[in-house]
Design a protein around this ligand. Structure first.
Ligand code: ABU
Length: 499
């Protein structure tokens, strides 16, 4: 067995190491399957929490001078997963990416085994073709007029948004790539809602505008950008001689799950000749549902670019983020550097299949296979059912919260699977609702969250926003969740917070 075997007893170091290689990998797979089993077992805890200074004592993380045995490495794998948070557990409601889709996971295993880079057809022929097919399919879902556009998988929604910014600036100032900042006579300004993801503001910093020139447009009480405010702020900047050029419209805000009104914003972009980017990293999955797509994403086909993260609502394994453009060719003309050692023009195949020069990275992880495999297994119909189910479960949660007004306070009717609420401990139940009570309810959030993590039975996120102190944001984006799990969640909060 693997008892005293070491690194160089397996392939490729040992030519006859096939058996030991198999034994080692099978043991690792057993550990992985055990983790999958525990993840799906409601009697198992989500996490075994330790503070960092205690956790370091539970682990042997040192890098040794002498090699360790394969047996030790197997033990290391098991220990690592023992302390890992089970983000696919049915009682994990903490992030936008929850769940452990096993088909997508199988895809990730294959991807790891193929271990290739996504920059050229030369070394990733099947994956490049898959990327083409799936990206075209996603664009067709965004809008019929998008088929001939262009898309790429990027490392996360923030970088997808950055690609949109770069393409927009390139479209308006094609010489920027060669001549740099001096080519722009005036101050570029971008606009996004005050509820949008912080990566939009980050574009302004990274790309030389400065965060003061990322204008935060006020949102209404439901977290949706107010179009009249957008137009007012555009005019204000124009009066100052600035160049408003980019609007980010968020479809599914991170905290409240709000959808900015795309058509009204698109009208303003058209009027002032501005690029419209829709950040649907979170809400994009609802494009797959005939029931929930409208009115939330109505008008999305009018955008110039769209971010859409399958690793969120669609449950593809982390990470899987896409950026789509209505116009073909922009990504390449904006980002191409023509490195001779990778993108030779005289290869034996059609070099239009070398996608690597469209992006600002060189190495690019293969994030397509897991999504392709998952989509083959579910079909469009399966994804539509999945979206409808997540939304219906969220509606069920809202209903259950409203049925217990003494224990829970619903902050707003959600547009998506983000449910924002306070838990009301006994001592605050007969207190009339006021700003003072909200402060007290807010203080309860970290207390209750700490108890959840110490007990290991539940994880729900909380945060403040600019209108209110801490409140809980529950996310249902995992296929594992049932109505009984929603009931468990509310009962468990009451059990842990009842003071
Ligand atoms: N990029 C947004 C992810 C944040 C969250 O999971 O809560």
């Amino acid at each position: 067995g693997t008892g005293s075997a070491q690194y160089d007893d397996v392939l490729p170091y040992k030519l006859d190491g096939e058996q030991k290689t198999k034994e080692f990998l099978m043991k690792v797979v057993e550990i992985l399957l055990d983790f999958v089993k525990q993840t799906n077992d409601r009697n198992e805890k989500i996490l075994d929490f330790h503070h960092p200074e205690d956790m370091i004592k539970q682990l042997d993380l040192r890098i040794p001078e002498e090699p360790l045995t394969l047996q030790q490495l197997i033990h290391d794998c098991a220990t690592t997963l023992k302390y890992q948070v089970k983000t696919g557990h049915p009682h994990f409601f903490n992030q936008l990416s929850c769940g452990l889709d096993l088909i997508s996971m199988a895809g990730e295993w294959l991807t790891a085994t193929a271990n290739t880079n996504m920059f050229t057809y030369e070394i990733a022929p099947v994956f490049i073709l898959m990327e083409n097919v799936v990206m075209t399919h996603m664009r067709e879902i965004i809008g019929k007029n998008w088929r001939k556009g262009d898309s790429i998988l990027a490392p996360g929604g923030s970088i997808s948004n950055l690609y949109a910014f770069l393409a927009a600036r390139h479209k308006m100032f094609p010489n920027y790539k060669e001549k740099g900042i001096a080519t722009i006579q005036g101050q570029l300004v971008m606009f996004t809602s005050d509820q949008s993801h912080y990566s939009v503001k980050s574009c302004a910093s990274v790309c030389g505008l400065g965060t003061d020139n990322c204008v935060m447009v006020p949102s209404d009480e439901n977290g949706r950008m107010i179009p009249t405010e957008l137009e007012r702020l555009i005019m204000e900047r124009k009066t100052r001689g600035h160049i408003p050029f980019f609007v980010c419209c968020t479809s599914g805000t991170t905290v409240l799950g709000a959808f900015d009104p795309i058509n009204a914003i698109a009208d303003i972009c058209k009027k002032y000749g501005m690029w419209l980017h829709v950040d649907a990293a979170w809400g994009g999955g609802l494009l797959l549902s005939r029931k929930y797509r409208h009115p939330r994403l109505t008008g999305i086909e009018r955008a110039d670019s769209v971010t859409w993260n399958p690793h969120k609502l669609m449950g593809a394994l982390l990470q899987c983020s896409t950026i789509h453009f209505k116009e073909d060719g922009l990504l390449m003309s904006c980002n191409q550097m023509s490195a001779d050692y990778l993108f030779m023009q005289d290869k034996l195949y059609d070099i239009r299949y070398d996608t690597g020069d469209k992006v600002i990275q060189c190495g690019r992880h293969n994030d397509i296979f897991k999504l392709w495999l998952q989509w083959r297994g579910k079909g469009d119909d399966g994804f539509e059912k999945h979206m409808d189910r997540l939304m219906e479960l969220s509606e069920y949660m809202v209903k259950r919260i409203k049925e217990q007004p003494d224990k829970f306070y619903l902050i707003m009717e959600p547009e998506m699977v983000n449910v924002s609420f306070w838990y009301i401990p006994k001592r605050l139940r007969n207190v009339p609702h006021s700003a003072q009570r909200e402060q007290e309810l807010g203080k309860m959030c970290p207390v209750l969250k700490a108890r959840m993590m110490q007990e290991g039975t539940l994880m729900v996120g909380y945060q403040p926003d600019d209108r209110r102190p801490n409140f809980f944001r529950n996310i249902i984006s995992s296929a594992a969740v049932t109505q009984e799990d929603v009931d468990f969640l509310l009962n468990e909060m009451d059990r842990l917070g009842n003071d």
